[in-house]
Structures are given as structure tokens and as C-alpha cells.
Design a protein around this ligand. Structure first.
Ligand SMILES: Nc1ncnc2c1ncn2[C@@H]1O[C@H](COP(=O)(O)OP(=O)(O)OP(=O)(O)O)[C@@H](O)[C@H]1O
Length: 772
């Protein structure tokens, strides 16, 4: 690849003939409404004269928002010249508005000195609404109409940045945040060029024609989604999606009938090439979507094999969130003088705007019980995706949740057909909670996901970004919650650094919040009841109201919220019902040596032996000024203990909020057993250090492991510091001791929803539905 120069993308459009000498140009970071001058060095007054518009970001989102046209930098080869005339001509706009300020040109030195004066306050692409209006671009009418039908009327930043170079036939490497419209960024220019070519053609398109576009995607789900996006945008083109796990012959005959666009996963594509069903001799456009993910799931050999089979004269576009060596090598070998469009930048937050982040401390025992409360309080009846590390966890968490909230699991051991049904069911709102392994993290575009829960820490910062990016898509808002144990706190901090984000540290929802949120959701559901249905129930409602007044409605709300029985107290540590958490503190003058979990049990044996027998988890308080511990007891035992006379200097109280605790999972727990829970996280350490990668054998189209079927080599990653409790075997060690008091998770007191979305009956999930 030729030597590169760094340049703001917007100048590619604004400067008639660009001398791309190496200059770094910085993004718009203005806090206030301002005239956005693009990269041209102009005063705000001159900029507003020229462009006549305020920065859209400041206008739309208030003072602290960044301009949505924010384009940190792009890397272009020095000899690349992209003309404003071309873009203007393409848009069919008059040039006069632009010519007004043309004499000021692009002056990087002046720009840089201004930036030093003002901090990083000005300069980005100042596109106004009209400039981004799709209808004002010279695109095929059918494309414009089909986009409009889907509510897509204006280009997003990455689409704006890619459009012109792509139309000019440039090879591209592009990077943008999650959910910002990368698919259409390559889709729109490719569709336009195919349509233009077809228009110029005298004969109608032949059956049996060979594909002109090849899109490679790392997972089946992503491939299907890309195909859908292209198909919906240009139904007049023939688009075929090929991937493993479904009938080979159906795909083969679709290709034989003639096709314009092939989207697929590398494994199945290779099979079809080998079989001579897929011939790539006429491919003009290659897109590598999620190129870094191809590497992560072991597709690199397959991808290279495919690239070698493509005609050398073609246009290639590579989309990648990160640039590992393999992707760079790929770009060097197979791309021709590519233009890099980077809308993320290394110094900035990698998450899309509009995603609110929370971090909630948990213990491995409390996680499951806290989960449904989090969903109730934070998703408010909307869609949630819960991410687990293992397939087993996904199954178990989903099954447990199904008692209270309709949920389904999604991972690589589930058949392709069922995966599709599950995703469709989730998309259509037939159930609201999807429990998935990281297979669903990258690329999946499910509309209106309100909440992401990282039930386990992700393997690396990129996975965190991609998991979280399933919400807050296309400019919408969303919430992501990270559940962590106290020994993972340091990793959470390094995650903040790596991703450039800030978590709000908060605690698990209190029962009161859960009750209020449940009631709100029920009220919202009631508003959707059909008026005709209401008529049938009016007489009974009238009778009840006469007899009970508002009590009647409250009873109905309680029942529909799943609280037919009053909520019992629950532990702050394990979240288990019927248990309470007590705090023991000892004044310093009364301490006899080191205060430990063992001294707590010893103390309890002296004061009230039944409490020592029944005590659950014990954690030491992490506060130098306080010598103390918190521990769980069954409610009735706790009541008795609180009435006991204590030795001087000691006090015990019931607490409603956990203090900061020492490392989760002491090496010797209160049962004297060696606990290896979360051991891997000790010592913190970097993402790289904490991640072990091992290779597994090749198994084309078996769709093994969590990455869904990829076809190539599969890398299993095991994250030592974020190690999953693996079905929480460790948690259940204590169950024997708790038999008298334990209540199952998702207890029967609270039971609503949970019906299978295939047949509507409860008691099983759709994946096990007998009628499917
Ligand atoms: N210009 C637009 N206006 C409105 N919606 C759009 C526009 N472009 C794309 N979208 C919608 O935004 C959503 C996200 O797009 P897409 O899946 O292409 O994002 P992405 O950047 O590829 O995300 P990810 O990195 O997570 O894969 C899609 O539902 C898409 O239809």
C-alpha cells in the first residue's frame, strides 16, 4: 500500500483538488451550537456564510453532544484526488453556494494553530439536512423509494463518507461505530453501480448469470442480515445468501438460476466454489464485512482462498472494527491503494452515543437472582439481550428466567432453523429476553433492543463494544449493564480505559423499584387491552369496585405483576428469597487478632449456635476504619439472632445496602472449602494477559462453538479473569446446607409470561416445543 496521509474525510468533498500532504485534522468537539466548518480553515462567521447551517449535533442533541457528522480522520493515499465537483454533480446541486467561500481553501497550518488556541473546538463535516437527503442524490428511484419505505431518508455519516469514493471505484477500508449503518454504506453505492450498469445494458438480465457482487460475512446471521438489507433496498436485483447448516441444494439451484449479489460465510462459499456451483469470474465488487471477526473465528485461510479466485480487476471494500496484522496483510495483498475511512478514531469512545452504561457488583451466587430484577427495572418491558460466556450458561440462565419472563437461548449448539426462528420471534416481540453467547454480539441488527446485560465479562474490549452495540442503534438510546464480582473491579476499570467509556456504578435494584417497575409495565399492558374485551369484564369489575374499591385494582395489578404472594425478604449477597443479610461490626479495642470469616462463625457459635449452623456466605468489609463482615442467614434465624445479647464491642444489624466488600471468593470460604471462583481475575492484568486462546480442529459447516458455524478453524477462547462459574457448580455447593430454606430461582410466587412462543403453552421453551 502506498504511503498514507491522514486527512479529515469531509475535506475530500469540500476541496476541489486536494493536495493530501500529511496532515492530521481533528474532529468537531464543540459543546455549543456552532457553525460547523468542515475541515476548511474558516472562522465560524465565514463558515456560516458558506454553509448556512449550525452543527447538527449541537442543534439536535444539546450542548454536550458531538456532531453526528463527526469524522475524526481518514487516511488517504497522497495521490488520491476526490473532487467536490464530482459530489456536487452527483447530487445535482448548484455549485454557487460552495463557490462563495472557495478562496479560503484548506489551510492545515492555520487550522492547527487555531486548534491549539481553542483546544479542539472546531472542524468537522458540516453537512446540513438537505445535503444528506437521499432523495437529493442521483440514486435509482427504486432504491430511494424502498429506503424511504423503511424510514431511511438521510445518509448516516459513514454512508456519506464512503459514498463518493465507492462510486468512483476506490478500494476502501472503513471503520465506524456499531449500529451506524455500515451495511448501507457499501450497499448504496454498489446497488447504484449495478443499477447503472443494467440500465445501460440493451438485453434483459439473463438467467444463469454470474454474480457481480460477493459479500463475505463471518456468521450466518450476519450474512442473512446483509442479504436482507440489500434485498429490501433493491428487490429488483437477485440476491442469494449462502451459509452452512441449511440445505446445500436449495442454495445451489438459486445460484444456477442466475444471481447478482451473493452474500455468504466463507465455509459454504468454498464448498460451492469447489462444486463449481459458484463461479466468481464476473465479480466486480467484493465486500469483506467484519473482517477482523473472520480472523477471530478462524476463517483467514478460507477468506484468502476466496480472494485468490476473484478477478483482479474489481473493487474491494473492507469493513473492520480493528486492524489486526492479518487484516492489514489482507489489505496490502488484495486491495488496490485503498482509502481508509475511520469514523472511530483511537482516542475516542468506541461505543455509539446514546448507550447508558451501568456496572453492578454481584457475587457468583447472586447473579441469577438479580438478573430478572435488572430486566424488570431497566428494560421496562422492552427487549433485552443477556450475554453469557458459555452455551451452557445461556441455556441455564434462559431456562431459569423462563419461570418469570419469556426468554430463549441462542448459541452455536442450536440448529440453524431454530436459531432463525428464535431470532425472528425475538425481532417480532414474541418473547422479550434473548440469552446469547457472543455469537449474537457482532453485527446483528435487531430493532429496538432496550437493554444489554453482560452477565459475564466479555473476553476483550471489542466484544464489550459489540455486545453493547446491539442497543443504541441507528441513533436510538439504550442501556448496557455489566455484572461484575468484586475481584473483577480492576478489569472493569481497564475496560473503561480501553473503550473510553464511563460506567455508573450502582447496586442491584431494591424490591421497591422492582415492584414499581412491574406495576408500570402491567399498566402499560392494560392500555393495550382491546375495548371490546373490556366490555365483557365490566360487570365483574363494577361488582369488585363496589365491594373493594381501589383494592380490587391493586389486587389485579399485584397478580399481573407476578406478586400474588407478598415478596419475601431476600439476601443482598445471594439475592435468595427467605434470607437476609446482617452486618457484624467489632470496635477496634475489642479485636483479638485478625478478623476473618472463621472468626465470624466462631463468634456466631458462641452467641447463637443455630446461626453458626445456618450461616450462608460471609464477606469481609473492605474499609480500614471498620472491622466487620456481612453474612446471610435465613430470615427466622436472623430474627432470633438480632434479639440475642452480644458481647461488648460487637454489634449486629440488618442492612439494606451492601458496604464495599473485600475480594469476592476468599480462597478459604466459610465452609473451609477451597473456592476457585473467579480466581483467574486476581492480580487484574491486561486483557491480553488474561486471555488464553487455543486452537481447535477444522470442522466445516458443523457450526461448532459459540461463534456459530464459520466453516474454518475455530478458536476457543477462555478468559481466565472473566471465567464463568460454568453452570455455577460452585454456587450449588451450598445448596445442601440450605435445603430447609432455599427457594428456587424464579420462584413460583412470581410467575407470569414464560409461554412458549411457538405454541403459546408454558412449561417448555420454543426450542423444545413438541409442536415445532
Ligand atoms: N441512513 C439511515 N437512516 C436510518 N436508518 C438507517 C440508515 N442507515 C442504516 N439504518 C438502519 O440502522 C440500523 C443499523 O445499521 P447496520 O446494521 O448497517 O449498522 P452497522 O454499522 O453495520 O452495525 P454493527 O457494527 O453493529 O454491525 C439498521 O436497522 C439499518 O436499517
Amino acid at each position: 500500500m502506498a504511503a498514507t496521509a491522514t486527512i479529515g474525510v469531509s475535506s475530500l468533498y469540500r476541496t476541489p483538488s486536494l493536495d493530501l500532504s500529511a496532515r492530521r485534522v481533528f474532529p468537531c468537539r464543540s459543546d455549543k451550537p456552532h457553525s460547523c466548518s468542515g475541515l476548511l480553515k474558516v472562522s465560524p462567521a465565514a463558515a456560516s456564510k458558506r454553509f448556512g447551517s449550525l452543527c447538527l449535533g449541537a442543534q439536535r442533541r444539546g450542548s454536550r453532544a458531538r456532531c453526528p457528522m463527526f469524522v475524526p480522520s481518514a487516511v488517504a493515499s497522497p495521490n488520491s484526488v476526490l473532487s467536490e465537483e464530482a459530489f456536487q454533480g452527483f447530487r445535482g446541486l448548484s455549485k454557487s453556494s460552495l463557490e462563495e467561500g472557495e478562496e479560503e481553501g484548506y489551510d492545515a497550518d492555520a487550522y492547527e494553530s487555531e486548534e491549539q488556541e481553542e483546544g479542539s473546538s472546531s472542524a468537522t463535516a458540516g453537512h446540513d439536512e438537505n445535503e444528506l437527503a437521499i432523495a437529493s442524490l442521483d440514486l435509482p428511484q427504486q432504491l430511494v423509494s424502498s429506503l424511504e419505505k423503511r424510514g431511511i431518508t438521510h445518509l448516516f455519516a459513514i454512508q456519506r463518507a464512503v459514498l463518493l469514493p465507492a462510486l468512483e471505484g476506490r478500494d476502501l477500508i472503513a471503520r465506524a461505530k456499531t449500529g451506524t449503518g455500515k451495511t448501507l454504506a457499501f450497499g448504496i453505492p454498489i446497488i447504484k453501480r449495478l443499477s447503472d450498469a443494467d440500465e445501460g445494458r440493451k438485453t434483459s438480465r439473463q438467467s444463469g448469470r454470474l454474480p457481480r457482487v460477493l459479500v463475505l460475512a463471518p456468521t450466518r446471521e450476519l450474512a442473512k442480515q446483509v442479504e436482507k438489507e440489500i434485498d429490501e433496498s433493491a428487490p429488483y436485483l437477485s440476491t442469494v445468501c449462502v451459509y452452512g447448516g441449511v440445505s446445500y441444494n436449495v442454495q445451489k439451484s438459486a445460484l444456477t438460476r442466475g444471481v447478482d449479489v451473493v452474500v455468504g460465510t466463507p465455509g459454504r462459499i468454498i464448498d460451492l466454489i469447489n462444486d463449481n456451483s459458484l463461479r466468481l469470474g464476473e465479480v466486480d465488487f467484493l465486500v469483506l464485512d467484519e473482517a477482523d471477526r473472520m480472523l477471530a473465528v478462524g476463517f483467514e485461510e478460507d477468506v484468502e482462498l476466496i480472494l485468490k479466485k476473484l478477478p483482479s480487476k474489481r473493487q474491494s471494500m473492507l469493513f473492520s472494527a480493528t486492524m489486526p496484522d492479518w487484516v492489514k496483510k489482507l489489505a496490502r495483498r488484495y486491495l488496490n491503494d485503498p482509502l481508509t475511512v475511520d469514523l472511530v478514531g483511537d482516542r475516542d469512545e468506541k461505543l455509539a452515543e446514546g448507550i447508558k452504561l451501568y456496572a453492578i457488583p454481584t457475587t457468583s451466587t447472586s447473579k441469577r437472582t438479580i438478573l430478572s430484577d435488572l430486566i424488570t427495572v431497566y428494560a421496562k418491558g422492552g427487549k433485552t439481550i443477556v450475554f453469557t460466556q458459555t452455551k451452557r450458561d445461556a441455556d441455564e440462565v434462559s431456562t431459569a428466567l423462563t419461570n418469570s419472563i419469556a426468554s430463549e437461548a441462542l448459541h452455536g449448539d442450536i440448529s440453524q432453523h431454530q436459531r432463525e426462528r428464535t431470532l425472528n420471534g425475538f425481532r417480532q416481540g414474541k418473547f422479550t429476553v434473548l440469552v446469547a453467547t457472543d455469537v449474537a454480539a457482532r453485527g446483528l441488527d435487531i430493532p429496538n433492543v432496550d437493554l444489554i446485560i453482560h452477565y459475564e465479562l466479555p473476553n476483550d474490549p471489542e466484544t464489550f463494544v459489540h455486545r453493547s452495540g446491539r442497543t443504541g442503534r441507528a441513533g436510538k438510546e439504550g442501556t448496557a449493564i455489566l455484572m461484575f464480582t468484586s475481584s473483577q473491579r480492576r478489569t472493569v476499570k481497564s475496560l473503561e480505559r480501553d473503550v473510553g467509556c464511563r460506567f455508573e456504578f450502582t447496586s442491584a435494584p431494591q424490591m421497591q423499584e422492582v415492584l414499581e417497575s412491574s406495576a408500570e409495565q402491567v399498566v402499560a399492558t392494560l392500555q393495550g387491552v382491546h375495548s371490546e374485551s373490556i366490555q365483557y369484564f365490566l360487570p365483574a369489575a363494577q361488582r369488585l369496585t363496589d365491594e373493594l374499591g381501589t383494592q380490587a385494582l391493586a389486587a389485579a395489578l399485584a397478580h399481573l405483576s407476578g406478586f400474588s404472594q407478598p415478596p419475601s425478604s431476600h439476601s443482598l449477597i445471594s439475592h435468595e428469597q427467605g434470607w437476609v443479610t446482617l452486618q457484624l461490626t467489632r470496635e477496634s479495642g475489642y479485636s483479638r487478632g485478625f478478623f476473618s470469616a472463621r472468626s465470624v462463625t466462631g463468634f456466631l457459635s458462641d452467641v447463637f449456635p443455630a446461626a453458626a449452623d445456618e450461616v450462608g456466605k460471609i464477606y469481609m468489609i473492605s474499609d480500614e476504619r471498620v472491622q466487620g463482615a456481612v453474612f446471610d442467614l435465613p430470615e427466622d434465624i436472623a430474627k432470633e439472632l438480632l434479639n440475642k445479647q452480644l458481647p461488648p464491642g460487637n454489634s449486629i444489624s440488618k442492612i439494606t445496602k451492601l458496604p464495599t466488600l473485600q475480594d469476592d471468593g476468599p480462597s478459604v470460604d466459610n465452609y473451609g472449602r477451597f473456592s476457585n471462583r473467579d480466581r483467574g481475575s486476581r492480580g487484574g492484568g491486561s486483557w491480553e494477559r488474561s486471555q488464553r486462546v487455543s486452537r481447535n480442529s477444522r470442522g466445516r459447516d458443523s457450526d461448532n462453538d459459540d461463534g456459530f458455524r464459520r466453516g474454518g478453524r475455530v478458536y476457543r477462547t477462555e478468559n481466565s479473569w472473566s471465567k464463568s462459574p460454568r453452570g455455577s457448580e460452585d454456587d450449588w455447593l451450598i445448596s445442601g446446607r440450605r435445603s430447609r430454606h432455599s427457594s428456587s430461582y424464579g420462584n413460583q410466587e412470581r410467575s407470569f409470561g414464560g409461554a412458549c412462543f411457538n405454541c403459546g403453552r408454558s412449561g417448555h421453551r420454543a426450542s423444545e416445543c413438541p409442536t415445532k
